[in-house]
Write a protein that binds this ligand. Structure first.
Ligand code: UDX
Length: 458
């Protein structure tokens, strides 16, 4: 069978994998190949146990794999055989040298650019899918155009806005598709080619086009705005705990203003995930680079409040438990950074577990999907840690439960049964405000929500 278009994606991670699976599903006439340097990851994509969990993803991969969706380690071959190349490699925060802890580590990105140059035998459209600092596309262009060959490259920015846990839904029905390009003749033509791909399932009015720098910046700014809402509500949750206000009531009242809106106003132990912190720190770094220190400080505040919220949660636990956590058994309900994913990157649970261990508490962790990631996140940390699948068994014999992820199953547990198996006084620290606090209190727990007065029997 000959395909209408041959599309490659370099990077088979949380963005590349699901995005290409949905693309293949929506466009049966396109051949979609996903390549990655990691053979284990590719083997997993080719097996029944996909390397990531996303609702509905397995079914989509099953329906397309081997037909018009292929996973492979052959990066040079992929580059040679495809003229449209999405790049979705990881861009972690730099851990060394200039900009350590702030700037994006672009080494994988640059290596990919050089590989594309080395193996291309025909002109290509190269599309940035990873979230990158503004002006990265330019660096890519500079690398791709550094030889005198007749092959030309158009570099575009097409950021992905999907959220984990709802990836398939977000990809099938996105709020918008953003395509940034150079405003040259060939840049505009390349932009049209990518627009036509999405138009297979996304209404044209949702596909917006911009210059390449606006596109790159829009992605970082979208994440900064989302995270800023959470830090704003979390900052106010601290004030609510000192007064008699209730953050849920305040967030509801505030969110009903149609200019503000109700989403992303749930107070929590803090935001996690691979993007928010990294993208904001990038933004901060960028602003400092351009001498905009007030702007940088403003956005840095979002990250600082997030750290403060996690530390505050830990200190609240400590105060409630008579100022010592030494030898106390604390059960963590949830370890992933949010519900419906096994991903634990930047999860507040890592910080909380680490701090509890520092205080010499014994930590018991339960999570429906994230236990294997939790094990590797905490490997090397000193102290008593155990991992238990069943939430009832996990809490048995504990002094306290800290709810760190908003998994639905935790709402439906039999807290009477859990209470009976715990050491008294038994406490619940609800870092997600998902439990029925009054009911837990009546069962006998001391209950400490976020941003609401605690319910205690003292
Ligand atoms: C985010 C963006 O939503 C997405 O557009 C971008 O492409 C990648 O980054 P994701 O990291 O999957 O997606 O998670 P998201 O659903 O945005 O949640 C981030 C964190 O904020 C989670 O830890 C979540 O639990 C927390 N959160 C979210 C809150 O604490 N309160 C809220 O009201 C909403």
């Amino acid at each position: 069978m000959t395909f209408e278009k041959n599309i490659l994606c370099i990077g088979a991670g949380y963005v590349g994998g699901p995005t290409m699976a949905v693309l293949a599903r929506k466009c049966p006439l396109y051949r979609v190949t996903v390549v990655d340097i990691d053979p284990v990851r590719i083997a997993a994509w080719n097996s029944d146990e996909l390397p990531i969990y996303e609702p509905d993803l397995k079914e989509i991969v099953r329906a397309t794999r081997g037909k018009n969706l292929f996973f492979s380690n052959d990066i040079p071959g992929g580059i040679r055989d495809n003229d449209i190349i999405f790049v979705s490699v990881n861009t972690p925060t730099k851990t060394f040298g200039v900009g350590a802890g702030m700037a994006a580590d672009l080494q994988y990105w640059e290596k990919t650019a050089r590989q594309i140059l080395q193996h291309s035998r025909s002109s290509k459209i190269v599309i940035e899918k990873s979230t990158l600092p503004v002006k990265t596309a330019q660096a890519m262009e500079n690398i791709l155009q550094c030889t005198n060959s007749s092959i030309s490259f158009d570099v575009l920015s097409n950021p992905e806005f999907l959220a984990e846990g709802t990836a398939v839904k977000d990809l099938e029905n996105p709020d918008r598709i953003l395509i940034g390009s150079r405003e040259t003749e060939s840049g505009l033509k390349a932009r049209e080619t990518i627009e036509d791909i999405y138009a297979n399932w996304v209404p044209r009015e949702k596909i917006i086009k911009s210059n390449i720098w606006s596109s790159e910046l829009s992605k970082i700014v979208s994440n900064a705005f989302l995270a800023q809402r959470i830090s704003s509500v979390n900052a106010i949750s601290a004030l609510c705990e000192k007064t008699d206000a209730d953050i849920i009531e305040v967030a509801k009242a505030v969110g009903m203003d149609s200019r503000i809106g109700p989403k992303f106003l749930n107070a929590s132990v803090g935001f996690g995930g691979s993007c928010f912190r990294k993208d904001i720190l990038n933004l901060v770094y960028l602003c400092r680079h351009y001498g905009l220190s007030e702007v940088a400080d403003y956005w840095e505040g979002v990250v600082k409040i997030n750290q403060y919220q996690q530390e505050r949660f830990l200190l609240n636990m400590m105060t409630a438990m008579f100022n010592t956590l030494t030898d106390k058994k604390i059960c963590l309900y949830g370890f992933s950074f949010k519900a419906n994913t096994g991903d634990t990157r930047q999860s507040p649970a890592i910080f909380i577990a680490g701090r509890l261990l520092e205080e010499k508490a014994e930590v018991i962790i339960t999570d429906p999907r994230a236990l294997s990631n939790a094990r590797s996140d905490l490997a090397g940390m000193e102290g008593r840690i155990s991992f238990v699948e069943d939430p009832y068994a996990a809490a048995h014999g504990c002094h306290a439960i800290a709810v760190l992820t908003e998994w639905d199953i935790y709402r439906r547990l039999d807290f009477r049964k859990i209470f009976d198996g715990m050491i008294k006084p038994a406490s619940i620290f609800d870092g997600r405000n998902i439990l029925d606090h009054r009911q837990c209190f009546e069962i006998g727990f001391n209950v400490y929500p976020i941003g609401k007065p605690p319910l205690t029997h003292f």
